[in-house]
Design a protein around this ligand. Sequence first.
Ligand code: FPP
Ligand code: MG
Length: 341
Amino acid sequence: MTGSLELVPADTSPRDAVLPGLREAAGALAEAGVSVPSLDGKLLRSVMAFGLVAPSRRSELDLRFWSGALAVEMAHEASLLHDDVVDASDRRRGVPTVAAEFGPSVALLRGDEYLTGSYRAAARTASPAFLDVFLQAVHGTVVGERRQGRSGACPLSLAAYEELVAWKTGRLFGAAAALSALVPEASPVAEDRTKLGEELGIFYQMVDDLLDYCPAADTGKPGLQDHRRGTWTWLLGIPGAPALSAEPDEILAALTRTSEDGPPLLRRALGRLESRASALECRVQAASQGCRLLTTILQGWVTMARKGVEAQLSAEEASYVPEQAEPGDPADSALPSRAAG
Ligand code: FPP
Ligand code: MG
């Protein structure tokens, strides 16, 4: 890579900061006959890898680094193609999933193609250390998905949930974070980057799982998928949360209602995410040596969660209508009830 990424203008979005490098690596891989995805996702894992490289060293990022970032993105795309088959999901990123549009065989094979292609991309880093972390991460992603399938509706402790999503989502984030070691640091960094990457991955999955219970949020995918699939997630472990077995409208009502215990459960869940984000932010700032890219990403996830919760609370509020008074029973007319549908 040329030195064009050395200075990222302040108004460049995190995604735009990594796109040129990824495109260069994708072009080189395509020339070798490998099918590469269109890079239209958020590219969060690449942004994280980039954000963990000291700004003064970014001019040294070459095709080895970007091939590693591409490998992570390709394995991630493969996992989503397979995930939409497993979850029988019909929308992602605001458009029909490959499985819904072309059938599960096409989705699975395209996933396989990206997955095997990702190994070829990873080999281009020429780093046995990265290859090791990456291959373990890909394996870990599959292990995590299988564990989630086995664990299903079973309620977990927060620690057990975190362990599960560390496999399913954290490992690939961790591999992306490990890429920053391809550029030797001017000064040693105390934080274990792979671990920090994994923890950011866990946090991201927690936001994703919260938003699953905010079907009014604009996520580009169907809401309540975890509920439909019978997958227990952390939100349902908050005291007072409804059971996974409850009907969707009962669950949404229980999550959005203000109770004697305090604010609606969705707001309490959001509060937990906000505290977690604050703790992570300090570590992110220390590890990214003054660069705000990662902090911006982290804050963006919190904003996404906040907007989702507010959208859901407003949607639930709008679904209440005053109950019709029974003829001759004016005393009941003040009681509210939920609108049908
Ligand atoms: C999204 O979770 C899914 C994952 C993070 C991993 C899925 C892994 C597999 C299907 C195993 C195959 C893996 C590879 C590498 C080929 P989610 O369903 O909670 O998120 P969503 O709401 O985006 O669907
Ligand atoms: Mg899914």
